[in-house]
Design a protein around this ligand. Structure first.
Ligand code: Z5A
Length: 219
């Protein structure tokens, strides 16, 4: 493999479907994942809803460290290692076992978040982030990724209304703007996998757009 090149996705040895949601703070991922899971269950599928960082007992302990607002001295490379450690554990404990049982796995954030947050917003070399993503995921790639695209001022106002902000939410608006641009650039490189939805719409309108993206993928 050429240095810094993207590892080719392996042919999956599972029968399930792996869907991920990405987007900035307060884009509405949690809200939409709940609606989508309900819809899959209504159609008779077995669904696992999970999230990163976290998603299993050990990975959740790493999540607590990552979002702790007292961890303000955490350097970008250490932060990246923690996200990747959480990811490797999460895939082993939760994602792969469910996919092997033929379930629909819907994950709130995955490796794209590292490319965007650590690679672009934290300015770590993208090839380093890609390399660690490859190690942590061992080639596991979502079948479809929904990007809920939203002006960060709207997203931050939504999460601000919740009260206390975590370590990432406290970043400056320029950080969250860089995140949005980085996601849109990632979409350009992965047009088949990503499905972009305007997240400034109502919850129901976003859900309808997500269902269009599911339909397009199934076809
Ligand atoms: N991170 C990273 O740096 N590197 C990585 O590799 C990974 C993650 C995996 C995880 O934070 C942080 O880790 C994240 C990236 C970083 N931080 N940042 N910045 P998290 O898991 O705590 O939070 P999050 O993933 O950013 O999600 P969130 O803030 O909870 O937002 P959300 O799930 O996208 O939105 P929501 O909870 O569904 O909605 C937010 C609020 O808006 C809520 O009150 C809703 O009722 C409301 N809402 C939802 N939809 C609408 C619409 N359509 N209109 C109006 N209001 C709405």
């Amino acid at each position: 493999m050429k240095r810094g090149s993207r590892r080719k996705a392996k042919s999956p040895d599972y029968s399930g479907v792996f869907l991920t949601f990405e987007g900035g703070e307060g884009a509405g991922k949690t809200t939409q994942i709940a609606k989508l899971a309900q819809e899959f269950e209504r159609r008779g599928h077995s669904v696992v809803v999970t999230r990163e960082p976290g998603g299993s007992t050990i990975a959740n302990r790493i999540r607590s460290l990552l979002l702790d607002s007292r961890m303000h001295g955490l350097v970008p490379l250490a932060e990246l290692f923690l996200y990747e450690a959480s990811r490797a554990q999460h895939i082993h404990d939760t994602i792969l076992p469910a996919l092997k049982k033929g379930k629909v796995v819907i994950c709130d954030r995955f490796a794209d978040s590292s490319l965007v947050y650590q690679g672009v917003a934290r300015k770590l070399p993208p090839a380093v982030v890609q390399k660690l993503n490859d190690l942590a995921t061992d080639g596991l790639t979502p079948n479809r990724t929904f990007l809920l695209d939203l002006d960060p001022r709207i997203g931050l106002a939504r999460v601000g209304a919740r009260g206390v902000l975590d370590r990432m939410e406290k970043e400056a608006l320029s950080f969250h703007r860089a995140v949005r641009h980085a996601y849109l650039a990632l979409v350009e490189k992965n047009k088949k996998r990503f499905y972009v939805v305007d997240a400034s719409q109502s919850r129901d309108a976003i859900h309808a757009a997500v269902m269009d993206g599911v339909q397009e993928f199934l076809e």
